[in-house]
Design a protein around this ligand. Structure first.
Ligand code: ZN
Length: 147
């Protein structure tokens, strides 16, 4: 995913499409307009594509894969914050502490899910990432829509 091209092309960006609906496996996925979203590092909101499955009604909001669904900070920023907390017991200086506390709390929830670990470590982060989970999600159902 080329975020710079997304900025330049806006709604003309050639978004990839999943072959099948992730909820019902229907092969009919239709365009469903665009919405504006804010992302870290960009002053203006970006247009992101929406798709809809006509068979089960699920609406997908595509997003740059440098970002997790529901999070406006870049994946690398979030992972850097987690590692800083785990290794140095500190937060990153340039990101609001509340955001970082929220991410770490999510990581703790995911760590309890995977390994029953009360205090997550670097392996918890790696394992969540390699399994395709969002390591900071507060939800149980947090597999990424990979495109
Ligand atoms: Zn469907």
């Amino acid at each position: 995913m080329d975020v710079q091209r997304l900025v330049e092309l806006g709604k003309k960006y050639p978004w990839p499409r999943p072959d099948r609906c992730l909820s019902c496996s229907s092969s009919r996925i239709w365009g469903h307009g665009y919405v504006q979203r804010y992302f870290e590092g960009f002053v203006h909101p970006l247009w992101v594509r929406r798709l809809r499955c006509p068979d089960c009604g699920t609406v997908y909001t595509l997003r740059p894969d440098l970002f997790y669904r529901g999070f406006r900070y870049a994946i690398l920023t979030i992972l850097a914050s987690l590692m800083q907390r785990i290794e140095n017991h500190r937060w990153l200086a340039h990101i609001p502490r509340q955001n970082q506390q929220y991410w770490f709390k999510g990581l703790r929830l995911q760590g309890l899910r995977f390994k029953n670990l009360p205090s997550p470590d670097a392996d918890t982060v790696k394992e969540a990432v390699s399994r395709g989970f969002i390591p900071v999600s507060h939800s149980r159902n947090c597999a990424m829509l990979r495109l």
